[in-house]
Design a protein around this ligand. Structure first.
Ligand code: GLC
Length: 458
């Protein structure tokens, strides 16, 4: 027998992670590390399954994705209620598990009520819509999408995002730690990672919802939200040299409609000199968060890459984001693609913002750690903008380490040379992130499952 390729090894490891319910494959566990406590890594996380689902669709195995979509849809609460111990209508769980009780199988969901830190999974329902659209494109199985339970499932997610709110911004308001970064990292309010996903799921919903009488109200609301959401993100989250100059000279305490500094950002809160030096002239990116007197200038990979993939960022902005990644490669990619967030919070910032979280020490885990799962998003974004060389380079960098390091969840250190301190081995989305990147680069036509066109919205 010949030596197995990296891809064959990854597939072999991936197949072991599949979870079955009533004899049918329904998802994948988060990690199968023989040397660590499972904690909740033996569950299927909605966000973690997305890259696996896309890969299965590309490889002509849509059943597991269909089963996943159907089973998770059953977990979603459909009625509104006033009991705080129950999940809200429309919410999707962060993860689920198949349990055997007295010889019978049950699917048990975690809506954040068991998760470490009791964090709310605001991203799960958005990823769910994103994957449903990919399933529809790959299989053309519109019968499933048009089924009344699926139409209702999409509508209640949209209602949750569009209706329930205190503020009057077009962005969606979420609590801290409501996405892949599921620990305190200063992401309460309107974090970019969620806004990019929100935008993608609004675009996807317009393709998935039938124009029935009962859907009209929600379809119109989605159409009405897309324009101000896009403008807000493209304008007020955007950072490049020109924008930095505007913000640097902002006036404060402006009242009313004509205010330029709408969020009353105090220029002393922004490290202008450092940022101006770091940000290449040809580059730009979307800021990590925006709110009253808050413009978080950290670079967040998911939000920026998803903005390119979904066309939330326009063409020029998308190229500028990729320019930053290319020209600041040693900061953002270095020895493992790529940093989830850059730069790390250090000193008093780390203490105050993370609550002195030892797992999120500077340059570790979510706080400046590097996550191989991001390889598929980087590949998709680069390929979409016809910059495949960036993706090839990133894949080559990852291939040097992943097998010998046994597919770690994340890496630590400013240059990503250390295997994450508490990182799981055989982390499923590390396997699928790599395999999916290989598929996307080998056949870019698969990008149609995940990308959205420019225009048609504004
Ligand atoms: C960690 C990550 C989260 C992921 C989960 C399972 O909690 O922060 O994003 O979904 O592990 O892999």
């Amino acid at each position: 027998m010949g030596v197995q390729t990296i891809e064959e090894q990854a597939w072999e490891a991936l197949e072991k992670t599949i979870i079955y319910y009533q004899g049918k494959p329904v998802g994948t566990v988060a990690a199968l590390d023989p040397d660590s406590d499972a904690l909740n890594y033996d569950q299927c996380f909605i966000r973690d399954f997305v890259s696996a689902g896309l890969l299965f669709l590309i490889k002509g195995k849509p059943e597991i994705v269909r089963n996943f979509l159907e089973e998770t849809l059953k977990l979603q609460p459909k009625t509104g209620q006033l009991d705080c111990s129950k999940p809200s209508r429309g919410l999707m769980p962060a993860s689920f598990k198949v349990e055997l009780i007295n010889g019978r199988e049950y699917v048990r969901a975690d809506f954040g009520d068991h998760a470490i830190g009791r964090v709310a999974p605001a991203d799960a329902c958005l990823w769910w819509i994103f994957l449903l659209r990919a399933y529809a494109i790959a299989t053309e199985d519109m019968e499933l999408v048009h089924r009344s339970d699926f139409q209702e499932g999409i509508c209640v997610i949209l209602e949750l995002c569009l209706v329930t709110r205190f503020d009057m911004y077009p962005m969606v308001l979420v609590p801290d730690a409501a996405s892949m970064i599921d620990r305190r990292m200063g992401l309460y309010g309107h974090p970019l990672d969620i806004q990019s996903l929100f935008y993608a799921s609004l675009r996807a919903s317009l393709e998935l919802l039938l124009p029935t009488q009962s859907n009209q109200r929600i379809i119109q609301a989605v159409q009405a939200r897309l324009e101000p959401l896009t403008t807000q993100l493209r304008e007020n989250y955007w950072l490049d040299t020109e924008r930095l100059n505007e913000i640097y000279r902002y006036r404060v305490e402006e009242y009313g409609e004509g205010a330029l500094n709408q969020f009353n950002i105090f220029s002393d809160s922004i490290p202008f000199y450092k940022l101006a030096e770091w940000l290449p002239e040809a580059g730009g990116y979307l800021a990590g968060n925006l709110g009253p007197s808050q413009l978080d200038c950290r670079f967040f990979a998911i939000g920026n890459l998803m903005a390119i993939i979904s066309s939330l960022a326009d063409e020029e902005q998308s190229h500028k984001i990729l320019n930053v990644i290319e020209l600041r490669w040693s900061d953002l990619v270095s020895h493992m693609p790529m940093k989830l967030c850059y730069p790390a919070l250090e000193g008093a910032d780390w203490h105050i913002v993370t609550g002195a979280d030892p797992k999120n020490r500077p340059w570790s885990y979510h706080n400046g750690g590097s996550w191989p799962v991001l390889l598929w998003m980087l590949t998709a974004a680069a390929r979409k903008m016809d910059r495949a060389e960036l993706a090839h380079h990133a894949i080559a960098v990852a291939e040097r380490r992943l097998v010998q390091d046994r597919w770690p969840e994340y890496y630590d250190a400013p240059d990503a040379r250390l295997i994450g301190k508490e990182s799981r081995r055989y982390q499923t989305w590390t396997l699928t992130g790599y395999l999916l990147a290989k598929e996307l680069i080998a056949d870019p036509s698969h990008l149609n499952l995940i990308t959205f066109s420019y225009g048609g919205v504004l």
